[in-house]
Every structure is written in C-alpha cells, then in structure tokens.
Design a protein around this ligand. Structure first.
Ligand SMILES: [Ca+2]
Length: 512
C-alpha cells in the first residue's frame, strides 16, 4: 500500500512519514550534456538505453522538462539551490559557486541524512554540505582522471564513467547504515570531447540519420546565424580524434579562437596507458588513415564530422547507461529498491546535429530540454508520463519534499511530488522563464538572451551586440525555423507573451 494511503488519518504528511515509514534514500544521477534524443525512453532514433529506461518504466518520465540557463555550472547551481542564476550568483562558467548558500544536500544533512557527491562537480569552490566527496578536478578527463578525494588529489587508472560508478558503489557499500543517504552520482560523460570506452567503440559502418535541420540557413534568426558551434567547424584533432599526419591543418574554430585543440588532444591521448592506447589506436587509426587517403571537403566534410561526432557521443552515453544499470542492480540486490528515490537527469540538453550544431546554451528546444525520469516505488506508481512544464529549479524542493524536510520559502521552484503521486493534481505553471548570460567571453558566441515558453509558444530576446526578438509557434513550427515576431496574425499572442514575460521577471526578481 502507498505510504500516502496509510497517512490519511495523520495530522500532517511529515508527522505521518515519521510514524509510518523511514525517510527515503536518494540517488540523484546526473550526466553532462545528455540530450533527450539519446535516451530510448524518450523515443530515441539513435541509441538504446535500457537502464535509464528502467527508471522511466518503474516510475515517471517528464516529457516537458526544461532548464533555466542551459550551460553546465550554472545549471548545477540551480539544482543545488532551487534558485535562478541571478539569485544564486552563478550566471556563467566564469563564476565561482558561493558554497555558503543553502543547498539541498545541506538541508538533508541537517535532517539526519548522510550525504555524498561522487563524480563531476564543476563549481570551482569546494563542495559544502557533504559527508563524503570525490569529485573530478574541473571538467576531468575520460581516461585516467584526477579526483579530489575529500580535498586530496588522486589519479585513478581507468575510464571515467566506470570509475565514477565504482566509487559510487564503494560509497554505498561503506556508508553509515544507521542513516538515510543522499548520493549525488554525477557523470562527466557525454561532455565534449566524447571519448568512449573500448567496449563502446562504434560500428563505423552504421550511418546515423542526418537531422532535417542540419543545413539550416538561420534565416530570420541573426543570433542563430552568429554562433560558433557548428559541427562543420569542429576540430579534427580534439573533437574528431584524428592524429597529426592524418590531416593537413585544423580547419575548424571549435567555438574558441584562442584554445589550442592539438595541445588539448595531446593531453587527452597522452594520458592513456600503453594498453589503453593500443585499444584506442586499433579502432581510430584506420579512421584516420581513410581520412588521409581521401579527405572529404565542403558539405561532405561537415557530414563526415557529424558521423564521427555522433558515433563518439553515443559511445560515451552507452557507458553512462551501463553505470546506471550497475547502480540500480546494487539497490535491488541490497533491498534498497523500494525506499530509494532514483532520479536521472542531465545538466541540460544538447544539439545532436539539429541546426547543424553541437553544444547547448540557446533557448531552442534541443538545449532547453533536459531528460528527467524518477523512480520511487514506495510512492510513485510505474509507467507514468507527465506533460507539465517542469524545471531543473524544481529538483531541490522535490527532493526535500520527498525526504519530509521543510522547503525554505525563498526557493523559486516547486515540488513535483504532487505531479508524481496520487495527490490531486495541483494548479501548475503555464509558462517557464529562461535566461542565458555567457557573452562576449566564453565559448561559442551565443548572444545573451532571455525568454518565456508556454506549452505552444516561445518568445526570446537576444541582446549583447544585438537587439532582436524571436517568436515561435511550436505547434506549426516545432523545429523553430520561422521567426514570426511582428507578423500580423501573431500580434495578440505576441502581446500576451510580452505581458507574461514581464510578470515572470517581476515575480522572479529578474529585471534585465
Ligand atoms: Ca553540461
């Protein structure tokens, strides 16, 4: 029987939780740059992810899950604090996280949880609110990465995704069993530069489908035209793993004119052990040789880059799914399945060739969306799909709510608990607010922008060195190719969206 059903006579849910059931354990799994389109539970045309799918099958999948600022460190700060970037202080990847703030791990720790973070942290300051932390230094490396083990640097031999999984399992095995636990198990993969483990080297014969917007001309969208994140401009070395000798010269920009990609690639490749390098070369050398013998040019080169990028991206995802499977198996085998909340999400979505791009940042769908599936058999019945507009901002209040911990009133998100459980469906938000900052510094030249999205429409303002509004009708133009801002037939909806945007900015205390 569900815990809620047992609680009908209790005065409050918190009192009830204390009397009838122990607080749930929490495993919060986050990967980095994992697009919904690369998860089979989201209907992927690219890959099978049976283990992430297990979470969706046993629980709930959010079909309209979004982020408030689509870039790594800012998104992580939103998740920890339940506040937008302008209030938690981490607007772009240059900023350092103020660890003195209230975060959900701190509140869980105060409520009696043992808390741990294993894997990618990426917030510059040291983690606060954790009993245990083993984090990658900065972005970390795919092979033989250096971890900060509670502050001490340790280099481990192996593949990063597998190492993070093994450290997470080791934590679970050695935890203080007298307390509930909250484990943040956070992957580096599938972040750039997408280096798979040998067991996931691709079948290079398999051709991946080119998205219909791959050759987007960006007409009517000057900010989209002005970015530097086209697959066509990817680096042959760092991104596509060609060795010097396989190509004449780098012909891409990679999103930064000052970064030296060959040096970066030498660092990634050079840190492999002899055995790792032998396995790597056995797969990648023939690819490089074929490129050297018949180097593609023009459109054929862009499409070659797309195939190579996608093969490595999907291989990097596959190891994440393996790790999720091992974690779920551990919970089941140790009788922890029923009373553990398991969340799988990413810090944001990612472009897999749509609009010709990789990377994120834009308020367009592919990077605004982020996967979100949650299982908690004690309370969430299996096989649900929810269509409400939910945000990464909601994670903190959701986890606190499920743990029976009071949600601080200054949190800007809302608990998803009533959307997942048998409770009556609450009135829910009709629109989400978004704001991206990183310009002109940083990578990829995406102009700063803010906007509002409802279930059907999206209004965006791009600033920086431009002053441009965009309006999309997602029903008639799901690929966001036709900016209808200023068109007569959209005047009414345009005015409504402007009003809603102003209201949200006032409500959220963000006045650009
Ligand atoms: Ca990311």
């Amino acid at each position: 029987m569900h815990r809620l059903a047992l609680c009908l006579v209790a005065l409050s849910e918190l009192a009830c939780a204390a009397e009838t059931a122990p607080p749930p354990n929490i495993v919060f799994i986050m990967s980095d740059d994992h697009a919904e389109r690369a998860i089979s539970a989201y209907g992927s045309d690219l890959i099978e992810t049976p283990n992430i799918d297990r979470i969706a099958r046993d629980g709930i999948r959010f079909a309209n899950s979004f982020v408030t600022n689509s870039i790594c460190a800012p998104s992580r700060a939103v998740l920890l604090t339940g506040k937008y970037s302008h209030l938690n202080g981490l607007r772009d990847n240059r900023d350092t996280f103020d660890g003195g703030q209230v975060t959900f791990p701190k509140l869980l720790q105060r409520a009696g949880y043992e808390t741990a973070i294993i894997g990618k942290w990426h917030l510059k300051s040291e983690p606060t609110g954790f009993d245990e932390w083993k984090i990658l230094v900065d972005q970390g490396h795919y092979y033989n990465p250096v971890f900060l083990d509670n502050g001490v640097e340790v280099q481990l031999e192996g593949y990063v995704t597998d190492l993070i999984t093994e450290l997470a399992l080791e934590y679970l095995e050695n935890r203080d069993e007298s307390k509930p636990f909250a484990l943040l198990y956070q992957h580096k993969a599938p972040h750039r530069n997408w280096m798979p483990a040998p067991r996931h080297f691709a079948d290079e014969q398999r051709e991946l489908p080119l998205p219909e917007t791959f050759w987007d001309d960006y007409a009517g969208r000057p900010a989209a035209a002005g970015q530097d994140m086209r697959i066509a401009d990817m680096w042959l070395s760092l991104d596509l793993k060609l060795q010097q000798g396989h190509y004449g010269r780098e012909n891409g920009t990679g999103g930064s004119e000052t970064y030296d990609p060959t040096e970066g690639w030498e660092d990634d490749y050079g840190r492999m052990t002899e055995e790792q390098r032998a396995a790597w070369d056995a797969h990648y050398d023939p690819i490089g040789e074929a490129f050297r013998e018949a180097p593609p040019t023009g459109k054929a080169l862009a499409e070659w880059k797309y195939q190579r990028y996608m093969q490595d991206y999907l291989g990097s995802v596959a190891a994440v799914d393996d790790g999720v499977g091992r974690l779920l198996d551990y919970l089941e085998e140790n009788d922890l399945g029923e009373n553990t909340v398991v969340v799988y999400t990413s810090d944001q979505g990612f472009y897999l060739g749509e609009h010709g791009w990789y990377d994120k940042r834009f308020m367009y769908e592919e990077s605004l969306r982020t996967p979100l599936v949650i299982r908690y058999p004690a309370e969430i019945s299996p096989g649900q799909v929810n269509d409400d507009l939910v945000l990464n901002l909601d994670m903190m209040p959701t986890l606190l709510d499920l743990a029976g911990v009071k949600i601080p009133p200054e949190m800007q998100g809302r608990s998803l608990r009533p959307l997942m459980t048998a409770s009556p469906r609450p009135e829910w938000r009709d629109a989400i607010y978004y704001r991206y900052y990183e310009f002109p510094h940083g990578w990829h030249k995406v102009r700063p922008h803010y906007g509002v999205r409802t279930d059907r429409y999206k209004l965006i303002h791009f600033g920086g060195d431009m002053d441009v509004w965009e309006l999309f009708d997602l029903q008639t133009d799901p690929n966001e190719l036709k900016n209808v801002y200023g068109q007569d037939e959209y005047v009414t909806i345009q005015n409504q969206l402007h009003n809603r945007l102003n209201e949200l900015q006032r409500e959220l205390e963000d006045l650009p």
